[in-house]
Design a protein around this ligand. Structure first.
Ligand code: HEC
Length: 463
């Protein structure tokens, strides 16, 4: 952004200054043209009178180049001496004598000279040669003794009135007789453009700086936000790592003693059966059951952790196969409790992690069987789809759930209040949620609090 903005400002400055230079040059040219035309007007005026008679003085001697013109010098009846002034002579005098007033240098010149005083300089010579090729105007800024001048030159054509004095040189009317050059000093214009240029530099620099400040501001704000987010992420990671470590160590430290407890209790029952009375045997049974529970709890915790950790392996999976496998796992329990198993429209292929899906539906069915109660008579599995998701539902007609519970039931260790007396780790549905997340999907439950709960499990189609 900084580079882009700088280039843009640079281009804008360059363009503004180039435009300013052009404007100044055009102004100077306009002035030069005005002078030129004024001189032309005088020249034509003098020509139209065939020259002008003026009194002979020291500064205005008779022009020797007009010696071939009859009546070059005349005397008035009062005896005053008058001499003929040709236009070039006249204008030269005006320009030379009133140069301070004029400030502008003008000159009549030609490649074929009558008077050596009118000799062209190098620049004028080039321009005169260009006029012979048909060019109508030449203008350029040139250094004259290290001072910049705008030089403008236009051709001078031979008119009828010029012939009186110039015919002898072999010109015809319409020929290029020579040229008039005007030079005007550029310094006032440069002063003007200097100020304008300074203004351009100032405004452009100001805008450039303002832009840079905005960019810098955006950059640092973005950066501090990124840093904030990173530290927050790092903190979160760290704390979740800690929790993980804690959970691992707890589950491992817990598992071994639980297994030992289980084993020893078994040995106790086996080897000392005869020494135990009925009450003692019952206590041993309860110890066995409790240690069993601890072991399965620990295993669930490990499963939950690994469901979070294990990357999913996507493959084409047929939904029907999955439910067939699960039905077989539960067939004993289903037939024992007389529960009907329905599968609706499940013959579809999806992309998912097969083992993870098995775990999901196993847990959902587990949940239904565990918390469904004695009234549970049907489990119905069906499929639906939205534009983005495959949606599976597992519906049972057992004990219903409080709608409030439906929201929390997928959080780890959250269990429905109504069924708190049933054994369970409270992690089964949390695992389902983790797996849904890994499949860019979601999971939710619906129940009106009366009979039946429906679990929905959605995963993204574009996996
Ligand atoms: C009254 C006579 C007279 C007339 C009219 C006249 N000129 Fe000249 N012109 C001269 C003389 C003489 C010179 C040379 C001496 C001088 O510079 O004073 C001269 C010089 C020039 C020069 C300068 C180059 C040189 O030869 O020294 C040019 C160009 C020129 N005239 C063009 C014209 C044109 C174009 C007209 C008509 C519009 C014109 N003149 C009308 C007499 C005349």
């Amino acid at each position: 952004m900084v580079v882009g903005w700088t280039v843009l400002c640079f281009l804008s400055t360059y363009w503004s200054i180039a435009t300013e230079k052009e404007v100044v040059l055009n102004l100077a040219r306009k002035e030069a043209l005005t002078i030129f035309n004024k001189d032309q007007a005088f020249r034509f005026w003098a020509t139209s009178h065939g020259g002008v008679y003026v009194p002979v003085t020291e500064l205005t001697p008779p022009n020797p180049n007009l010696s071939h013109v009859p009546d070059r010098d005349i005397v008035t009846p009062e005896g005053k001496n008058l001499t003929l002034m040709n236009p070039a002579y006249m204008l030269r005098q005006v320009i030379n004598q009133y140069g301070d007033l004029y400030k502008i240098k003008g000159k009549v010149t030609s490649l074929k000279l009558l008077n050596i005083i009118n000799e062209p300089d190098a620049w004028e010579r080039q321009a005169l040669q260009a006029f012979d090729d048909g060019v109508e105007e030449v203008f350029e800024v040139e250094l004259v003794e290290d001072v910049p001048f705008l030089r403008l030159m236009r051709p001078l054509y031979a008119l009828k009135g010029c012939m009186k004095c110039h015919e002898s040189q072999g010109y015809n009317v319409g020929d290029v007789r020579g040229g008039v050059s005007v030079s005007i000093p550029m310094s006032p214009y440069y002063k003007m453009s200097y100020r304008a240029t300074l203004k351009i530099y100032f405004t452009n620099t100001f805008f450039w700086l303002a832009g840079i400040l905005v960019v810098v501001f955006i950059f640092f704000r973005g950066k501090s936000r990124i840093i904030e987010r990173r530290t927050a992420e790092a903190e979160l990671n760290e704390s979740s790592e800690k929790i993980k470590l804690f959970a691992y160590s707890v589950s491992h430290d817990l598992k071994n003693p639980a297994i030992a407890l289980h084993g020893i209790t078994k040995l106790l029952i086996k080897n000392y059966r005869d020494n135990l009375d009925e009450k003692g045997a019952r206590y041993c049974d309860r110890i066995l059951k409790s240690s069993d529970h601890i072991i399965s709890l620990v295993e669930q915790i490990n499963l939950y952790m690994s469901s979070k950790e294990r990357p999913i392996v996507l493959a084409r999976v047929n939904a029907k196969d999955i439910f067939q496998a699960i039905r077989q796992e539960y067939s004993d329990q289903l037939s024992m409790r007389g529960i009907k198993w329905l599968e609706l429209e499940l013959d579809i292929e999806i992309r998912a992690d097969k083992l993870a899906l098995l775990r999901v539906f196993r847990n959902l069915i587990d949940n239904s069987l565990k918390y469904g109660g004695d009234d549970l008579s049907t489990i119905e599995i069906s499929y639906n789809e939205s534009d983005e998701d495959h949606i599976f539902s597992v519906k049972n007609d057992g004990v219903g759930l409080d709608p409030e519970d439906c929201k929390r039931i997928f959080d780890p260790f959250k269990r429905s209040k109504t069924v708190s007396e049933v054994e369970g780790s409270g992690l089964g549905l949390a695992i389902v949620k983790e797996i849904a997340d890994l499949h860019h999907g979601k999971v939710w439950g619906e129940s009106d609090g009366g009979n039946g709960v429906t679990f929905y499990f959605a995963i993204a189609k574009n996996l």
